[in-house]
Design a protein around this ligand. Sequence first.
Ligand code: BMA
Length: 329
Amino acid sequence: MSKTIIGDAVANIPWEDRPSGCSDVMWRYSKNPIIGWNPIPPAARIFNSAVLPFRGGFAGVFRADQKNGRPQLYVGFSDDALNWKIKHERLAWVDPAGAPSPTSYAYDPRVTLLDSRYYITWCDDFPGPAIGLGVTDDFERFTRLERPLMPFNRNGVLFPRKIGDAYVMLSRPSDSGHTPFGDIVLSHSPDLVHWGRHRMVMRSGGEGWWQGLKIGAGPVPIETKEGWLLIYHGVSAPCNGYVYSFGAALLDLDDPSKVRYRTRDYLLTPEKPYETVGFVPNVCFPCATLHDAASGRIAIYYGAADTYTAVAFSQVDELLAYLKQNSQL
Ligand code: BMA
């Protein structure tokens, strides 16, 4: 039993114990990847996707790179969060008046359960990359809301509750291309429409070269007794292209612009063939977690090589202890 995560007990999340001989604080699912090439007729690759508990099972909003090369969002459901039935028609947005509001492209979704509704953030076309925001109650009807922030920006991640009197969102201001820079910024809103009181949270760099080029928020932060547990991606730039790894940070519960701990070393970096070989080699990009407040188990969902969907595991008390001992702000 663990009492560290503040949230629901979700006993049926995927889980595997740490393999024997492994001493890492995060380890991969032995049957990775869980989604491979050409998973549904319209899509070549499904990765960088968001899943969460829904009606006793699980629902997901998936980034699917279609065969015309453009990413769009698709919806799926699962009983065990490992075997997914993904619809073959893309997610159909409507505007608040009910008129169709299609995206020209859409990628890297996160889904946040907030005020009993499911809010989706993704990288939308402003034109040019900007944060999209939409909401659903049932994963059938999806309503687009005002885009929260000006372009260019990616990796918008909403916190799962108001903090003080404000909704809170992390994002990473960027350029319109592959962005050779990037820090994590936090913004506040009284109503999910007007955003301000922007704060710097964490900058790229530090001792760890794995996060030397840019960093960006990953899954929705997990509320724990000790702070908000944020898994984030960090990027380094060796001579033949970017490498995406991930680490974790603990943000202050009342003011998450304050970083209490931050991993010096990566928690997971491209090593396995499904991470090092694919459409974009050497990418591990986390977009969601499933977590069980009763056991403290966390399943991390990440895109691998912009091709596959993969899962890793960690236990919250072990991860927080590791974070405190191996932190470098
Ligand atoms: C980033 C985003 C991610 C992608 C990564 C590696 O800029 O576009 O969707 O996984 O690059 O290609």
